[in-house]
Design a protein around this ligand. Sequence first.
Ligand SMILES: Nc1nc2c(ncn2[C@@H]2O[C@H](COP(=O)(O)OP(=O)(O)O)[C@@H](O)[C@H]2O)c(=O)[nH]1
Ligand SMILES: [Mg+2]
Length: 119
Amino acid sequence: MGGTSSVQLAMLGLDSAGKTTLLYRLKFDQYTETSQTIGFNCEKIMGVTERTKGILFKIWDAGGQDKIRPLWRSYTSELPAGQVWSTQATCAVTGEGLMEAMDLMCELIEKRKKTKKKR
Ligand SMILES: Nc1nc2c(ncn2[C@@H]2O[C@H](COP(=O)(O)OP(=O)(O)O)[C@@H](O)[C@H]2O)c(=O)[nH]1
Ligand SMILES: [Mg+2]
């Protein structure tokens, strides 16, 4: 990444997991009340931490209902064997842990890009 770049992300999870709250927390830096997501939401969010500054995150928030879940496959089918997973505790209501999560995600994306180049 470095300089100005953009990445596209898909947020997948069951209904009421907190995806939309998290999206708006990142976008508006405040708690926003949500209603059930029908289909998708999408927001462009600029990175604000040292690590993510200059990176434009285009984040897709996909509804989690049973009907939509088969579509997750189109986001996950290209993941390589041995994909590294990470967990970061966050609270979408207060924003706690979110910046750490953005940094961690950035690190994973950079690693993924490097291994892709090697192939
Ligand atoms: N305690 C707590 N509640 C949350 C959190 N994130 C979302 N919620 C609440 O959980 C409910 C569902 O959130 P929503 O973002 O609509 O979930 P989505 O279906 O995954 O988009 C809402 O009432 C939120 O206020 C969180 O991190 N902590
Ligand atoms: Mg939602």
